[in-house]
Ligand binder design. Structure first.
Ligand SMILES: N[C@@H](CCC(=O)N[C@@H](CS)C(=O)NCC(=O)O)C(=O)O
Length: 201
């Protein structure tokens, strides 16, 4: 069994978030490029790994991990020397989980509602992500003290949520660019050598 992570990647996808995380974690990895145009993510061999036919997907120690937030959390725990996740006994582990799950469960669908101009669901109280505006306001509060989601400590939650915010800003999602708290946060993230190494790749 090899310790090398097999990383199925396309730079124009959420796999970029995992690429940044692999660099932050100092993990050994090998990229397998996936060409969407050629349908390489829908071949029987790829679907055997990820039946959704989606990226990112990794294989490590014979285990397949999919879902960006899960992969990022997995890497943080598997490469603890990088110090990207609070210890299980650290109370900030709760805050860490909170924002990781909020990113996947609330920001992701709210952002897609906003970007795709999907009509507001009729029963707002039953919608776990509330609304895009509420999600952005929650992040604004979370980052108000800063500099990171856990306060002084940069973590894998910043890799995930920070990537989402960077992506949302790039595509002009409202309430982010021009807001000092988000501009400063993204500037801090952009200064990280690990992110710079994968940017533009
Ligand atoms: N829930 C997945 C979403 C993954 C996803 O939708 N990936 C897109 C690229 S960003 C993809 O692979 N799309 C190709 C397709 O569905 O054909 C995650 O969080 O990782």
């Amino acid at each position: 069994m090899t310790d090398e992570i097999v990383f199925y990647h396309n730079p124009r996808s959420r796999a970029q978030m995992v690429h940044w995380m692999l660099e932050e974690a100092g993990a050994p990895y090998r990229i397998v490029p996936i060409d969407f145009e050629k349908g390489e993510h829908k071949t029987p061999s790829f679907l055997a790994l990820n039946p959704m036919g989606k990226l990112p997907t990794i294989v490590h120690r014979d285990t397949v991990v999919t879902e960006t937030a899960a992969i990022i959390a997995y890497l943080a725990d598997t490469f603890p020397k990088a110090g990207l996740a609070p210890a299980l006994s650290d109370p900030s582990r709760g805050t860490y989980y909170r924002w990781l799950f909020f990113g996947a469960g609330c920001f992701e669908p709210a952002l897609l509602d906003e970007m795709m101009k999907r009509p507001a669901p009729p029963q707002k109280t039953a919608v776990g992500w509330g609304s895009y505006g509420e999600v952005v306001a929650a992040f604004k509060t979370a980052l108000a003290k800063g500099p990171y989601l856990l306060g002084d400590k940069f973590s894998a939650a910043d890799v995930y949520v920070g990537s989402q915010i960077r992506w949302a800003m790039m595509f002009g999602a409202p309430g982010l660019k021009g807001e000092k708290v988000f501009d400063d946060y993204v500037a801090r993230l952009n200064a990280r050598p690990a992110l710079q190494r994968v940017s533009g790749q």
